[in-house]
Unconditional design. Sequence first.
Length: 315
Amino acid sequence: MPIFNRKLKIFSGNANLHLAQEIAEYLGVSVGESKVSRFSDGEILVEINESVRGADVFVVQPTCAPVNENIMELLIVVDALKRASARRTTAVIPYYGYARQDRKVRPRAPITAKLLANLITASGAMRVITMDLHAGQIQGFFDIPVDHLPGVPILAEYFQKKNLDDVIVVSPDVGGVTRSRDMAGRLDTSLAIIDKRRDKPNEAAIMNIIGDVSGKTVIMIDDIIDTGGTITQGADALMERGAKEVYACCTHPVLSGPAIERLQKSSIKEIVVTNTIPLPEHKAIDKIHVLSVAPLIGEAIIRIHEDLSVSKLFA
C-alpha cells in the first residue's frame, strides 16, 4: 500500500539499513537522507540532510550487536529529529536489546530493560514499534505508547505452506508456552514443552519433555536464538524421544558466540528466522531461512500514521 504523503518519512541508523529500505519500499517512499558516522575519537555524528519540520518520522534501528553503539545511534538520531522540529518521532526497534534484564534476579542487579526505555523516552521518541519482546511487561516500562508486534503469524504462515505431516509444536522452556500455544493454534496441532534448568547464563540443561513427540515432525519456537545451546540441546532430546525431524524458528536471530557452529552440527533440519536482526554473510548457513518483517512493520506504520488501530492487524 504505497503512501504519497510527503509528511511521512523513514530514517535509519546503521543497525539494519536493508530492513529500513524494505520498509520504505513497501510504503512507496525513500529512506530519508541522513548520515551516521564517527568523530575521530569514536563519538557518533548524525547529520539529517533534509527537512523534517512537521513530519511524522519513523526511525528504524534494532538494538542488536554492537548493542551499545546501536543504542547510542538511535538516541542521537531521535534527538536530532526532535530538534529539527519533527511533528512526531517513532522509534522502530524490531529487536529490543537488554530485554532479558527485565527484573532483579539477584541482589544489587540492574533492570536495564527499564533503563533503556527511560533513555529512549528521554531522547524525544513519542512512540515505539517493536517485535516479540522477551518479556511482555517491558511495554509497561515506557511512559509512551508501545506497539508490540508478534512474529508468530509470519513464522506460522511459512510452516503452513510447507504442508508438513504429523506436526507438533514444542516450547523450549516453560516461559515460552504462550508463544508456542499461539503457533500450535495457527497450525491446528498439539503442544509439548521442554522442562529445562539453566545453571548459568547462556547455558541450559535439558531435564524433561512434557508431551509425546514420537514419530512427529517437531517445530520448536522461541523469541530469540542466542548461543544456540537451548535449541540444539532441545533438538537432541527430542530426537532421542523419537521425533521424526526437528525444525526450529525464532523472531530474533542473535546468534552469538558458538551459535552457528552448534546449529550447523545439530540435528535440526531447518532454522527459520526473521530479519529483525541482519544476518551477516558468515552466519548465513544453508540451514537458516530468513523471512522479512518489512510488510508487517510497514502496515503498522501506515496504521499509526493514519490514526488507525494497529491491533486489527492480528484480529
